[in-house]
Design a protein around this ligand. Structure first.
Ligand SMILES: C[S@@+](CC[C@H](N)C(=O)[O-])C[C@H]1O[C@@H](n2cnc3c(N)ncnc32)[C@H](O)[C@@H]1O
Length: 277
């Protein structure tokens, strides 16, 4: 069998299994199995594959056929300018979260050595992107999941980026004051779980998905740690409601940003502690 035939077979198989972009996924998986770039799949299209190459491709394609997320099967995923290791210990970083980082960078732009904390860091995506794009930032990241933190720490080591990781329920185990508190907290309501794609519902950690009131709790608790901005990624249907909640908690007028698809995704607001003495 040639590489081209294997690719066509993989693409057809993934289409039958309900994968949204079967050809693209097949290209990523076959290229990874063979140690090739996607361009090389085409320059070597007519090359016959040996048995071990076919077995390697089959293994990755059948994992994807079971609806395991592409990022878990590949074991890494791009986020802004970084490539992060990804596996079932943490949520796959999403493109809309890149917009959260844009807002964070804009807000800390005028500050020197800004103190930043990323709450619920998962793979470390937000914390590591900020550390990478603002090398003077002093970045802390928390998560309730020790598995996620282990993965985030592996990513930090591999990328040579300095982030302090703390196992914590939101900010409970964190001390000090920050110029920026950022979070992409879980925001799927329990009743919505069944509507999710199998890749999300059956493979990504429940702790990373289900809204157990973390957003409201963080909005209230962050005030004790903030002399600056709170930036939250939110469910596209809840941005207005969360902006109102922040205003009621005494944050300065909240602003909402949209993601690249035009959905209201990021809510930000400023907290200034009352001067003492
Ligand atoms: C939606 S995921 C976001 C992961 C990552 N920040 C990203 O944007 O890709 C939410 C993360 O919050 C963590 N989490 C959930 N509840 C938490 C809590 N009470 N305290 C700290 N982290 C929590 C989950 O383990 C998960 O890693």
């Amino acid at each position: 069998m040639t590489l081209g035939e294997v690719l066509a077979g993989a693409s057809g198989y993934l289409a039958e299994r309900g994968i949204e972009s079967p050809r693209l996924d097949a290209e990523h998986l076959v290229a990874r199995a063979l140690g090739l770039s996607r361009i090389e799949l085409y320059t070597q299209h007519d090359r016959p594959l040996d048995a071990s190459e076919r077995a390697a491709a089959r293994e990755l394609v059948s994992r994807r056929g079971r609806r395991e997320p592409l990022a878990y099967v590949l074991g890494d995923w791009g986020f802004r300018r970084l490539t992060l290791a990804t596996d079932a210990r943490a949520l796959v970083p999403r493109p809309e979260t890149e917009v959260v980082v844009d807002r964070c960078l804009a807000l800390i732009e005028p500050l020197r050595a800004p103190r930043v904390v990323d709450v619920g860091t998962g793979t470390g995506a937000i914390a590591l992107a900020i550390a990478h794009e603002r090398p003077d930032a002093i970045v802390t990241a928390t998560d309730l999941s020790s598995d996620a933190l282990a993965l985030a720490a592996e990513n930090a080591r591999a990328l040579g980026l300095a982030v302090t990781f703390v196992e914590s329920d939101l900010l409970a185990a964190v001390e000090g004051s920050f110029d920026l508190v950022v979070s992409n907290p879980p925001y799927v309501r329990r009743g919505e779980l069944d509507e999710l794609e199998p890749e999300v519902r059956d493979w990504e950690p429940r702790k990373a998905l289900v809204d157990d009131g973390q957003t409201a709790r963080l909005a209230a608790e962050a005030r004790a740690h903030l002399d600056g901005d709170l930036v939250l990624e939110v469910h596209a249907d809840h941005a207005g409601e969360i902006a109102s909640m922040l205003a009621e908690l005494g944050y300065e007028p909240p602003a909402i940003s949209r993601d690249l698809a035009g959905r209201e995704r990021v809510v930000e607001a400023r907290w200034r502690p009352t001067p003492t003495g």
